[in-house]
Design a protein around this ligand. Structure first.
Ligand SMILES: CC(C)=CCC/C(C)=C/CC/C(C)=C/CC/C(C)=C/COP(=O)(O)OP(=O)(O)O
Ligand SMILES: O=P(O)(O)OC[C@@H](O)CO
Ligand SMILES: [Mg+2]
Length: 250
């Protein structure tokens, strides 16, 4: 993988589309066959990347198999989304090399990164430097990552973290309401963060309908992540509608 290939691909996608759809596959939840079919289906509807990971996906062998299996059938990049060092596996194209900036545990801010970095290099994964910000409480990412969740109604705090991320040289910010969250990140928070942060803005957690997707993109998200909707058997047809709303060409 040449340097910044995936990042450049995402930027070129953004020139063509209003915003991008990333689909999250949790290797713990879906088997290889189902994941592989899903990846092909979402590629057809224009998804720009497949994220693979989970906050409790600690089976590295299973993850590696899922990544390898999916890769054969698709052209869009596979981006690892690690919840720990066990999320670093070969054969993916890139990795959200993230720091949970609002964690109370330094392990999730710098230590997991130090432990995982040599494998990222060894496997030739493109690291995408990402500030992972957990919004709200009560989700797996919040609990496992020991996050001091940024309150949904405090957009300025999120923006301050995003600005700090920018000053630290991170080119991606991920506003995470948490997988299966009851409420998604608000358009107000996205708007405020958008003003402060100049890089690629990813938003995820609890997105499952067209109207929400539209409002988040309008507020300034560059990519929306959808996972649970599909894990819970959401229809491909509905995802297609959501995908269309997100990607409306420019
Ligand atoms: C860069 C490296 C090597 C590690 C990063 C380690 C960090 C910052 C972890 C953040 C804390 C954490 C647990 C994040 C989880 C991110 C994730 C993959 C969420 C999606 O999975 P869920 O769907 O929430 O997981 P479950 O299905 O287990 O609930
Ligand atoms: O599973 P959902 O709620 O779609 O969230 C996706 C992602 O942001 C979780 O890390
Ligand atoms: Mg999950």
């Amino acid at each position: 993988m040449t340097e910044n290939k995936v990042e450049e691909f995402l930027k070129s996608e953004l020139k063509k589309k209003n915003a991008l759809l990333f689909v999250l596959i949790d290797s713990e939840v879906s088997n290889l066959e189902a994941s592989s079919k899903l990846a092909k289906d979402v590629e057809k509807m224009g998804a720009s990347a497949i994220l693979v990971g989970g906050s409790s996906a600690t089976d590295q062998i299973e993850m590696a198999q899922v990544v390898k299996g999916i890769k054969q059938g698709i052209k869009i990049p596979i981006i690892l989304f690690p919840g720990n060092v066990t999320g670093v596996v070969p054969d993916a194209d890139a990795i959200l090399f993230s720091s949970l900036m609002n964690s109370e545990n330094p392990y999730f801010i710098t230590q997991a990164q130090a432990l995982g970095a040599p494998s990222v290099l060894k496997f030739g994964l493109e690291p995408l430097p990402t500030a992972y910000l957990v919004i709200g409480e009560g989700t797996s990412a919040w609990f496992v990552g020991a996050a001091r969740g940024i309150p949904f109604e405090k957009p300025k705090i999120a923006a301050a973290y995003a600005l700090a991320a920018q000053f630290l040289g991170m080119r991606f910010v991920y506003l995470e309401a948490g997988s299966g969250a009851k409420s998604n990140v608000t358009p107000e928070m996205i708007q405020t963060v958008r003003h402060a942060f100049n890089g690629f803005l990813i938003v995820g957690g609890g997105i499952k309908d067209v109207k929400t997707a539209e409002s988040l993109v309008k507020a300034g998200a560059d990519a929306l992540v959808i996972g649970t909707f599909l894990e819970k058997g959401g229809s491909i047809k509905k995802l297609q509608e959501i995908a269309k709303a997100i990607q409306r060409s420019k």
